[in-house]
Design a protein around this ligand. Structure first.
Ligand SMILES: C[S@@+](CC[C@H](N)C(=O)[O-])C[C@H]1O[C@@H](n2cnc3c(N)ncnc32)[C@H](O)[C@@H]1O
Length: 252
């Protein structure tokens, strides 16, 4: 992928953060909580290895790297444009790696040289179908060190339909109270990027084949917990929630 100025990367990462506020209720606090968990499990370890799965431009990876300067933090995504934004904006504090999560051999593409301390993800694993997610959870269980964690921050419904409706309303009210955080949405970000003279050609060159399929799954909270247990994680549960915005932790 071609060159990109740091000013352009900074502008588009900032706009990315804004549009993502639409899709992750209380996103900033969710990121803080995930970083807290990573800090907790890596305390006292000399060279923690952390994966941010479906990282986009690496906003979460960069926050974790800022908290844990000794950690090696990989931002893993299939979209080369988003990874280029991340590597240009955040520099060597994170390692951006292109991989299609769930595709055969995707973990090998990361060239991991030691067991993983934490595999985190935010607003991304809902792209995966249930069978793919089961396989990904299982593969990650095999790569995490004992005591390591898998953390999934995403919009996940509570099991009860009526409680899910209530949680949805909490999320809507939160969004109304914080409308200034989300100045634009997903569509306006991508159409704006396509119209930018510096990004447009990179976007066109990356081709449709590099965008991830959004197979999706309708797993509720207990559906995720069951899948994680079946994948080999004994201790699993939600550690934070606002509306449908959850952070699930699974300990290896
Ligand atoms: C809604 S964005 C969230 C990005 C980032 N985690 C954040 O919160 O800013 C979802 C990201 O997941 C990535 N993604 C979805 N499915 C993927 C897959 N199978 N492999 C790699 N990346 C994937 C997309 O390319 C996109 O960057």
């Amino acid at each position: 992928m071609g060159t990109m100025s740091t000013a352009t990367a900074a502008r588009w990462v900032e706009r990315w953060e804004s549009q993502q506020q639409h899709y992750a209720v209380d996103r900033e606090e969710r990121f803080e909580v995930i970083a807290d968990l990573v800090e907790h499990v890596t305390f006292g370890r000399p060279d923690p290895l952390v994966l941010d799965l479906g990282s986009g431009p690496g906003c979460l990876a960069a926050r974790i790297a800022a908290r844990l300067p000794a950690a090696e933090v990989l931002a893993v995504d299939t979209d080369p444009l988003l990874l280029k934004l991340g590597s240009t904006h955040y520099g060597p504090s994170i390692r951006c790696v292109e991989a299609m999560i769930g595709a055969p051999g995707w973990l090998d593409a990361l060239a991991l040289d030691r067991p993983v301390d934490a595999a985190v993800s935010t607003t991304a694993l809902h792209y995966l179908g249930k069978d793919t997610l089961r396989a990904v959870y299982t593969e990650l269980a095999g790569r995490l060190r004992p005591g390591g964690i898998l953390v999934n921050g995403d919009h996940i419904s509570p099991d009860s339909t009526r409680v899910s409706e209530l949680a949805g309303d909490i999320g809507r009210r939160y969004a109304e109270r914080n409308a200034e955080l989300a100045a634009e949405d997903w569509e306006s970000w991508w159409s704006g990027a396509a119209a930018d003279p510096e990004l447009g050609p990179l976007l066109a060159a990356r081709g449709a084949g590099r965008r991830p399929p959004c197979e999706g799954n309708d797993l509720t909270l207990s559906g995720h917990v069951e899948l994680l247990r079946a994948a080999g994680f004994e201790d699993v549960g939600a550690v934070w929630q606002v509306g449908h915005s959850h952070v699930l932790a699974a300990i290896r």
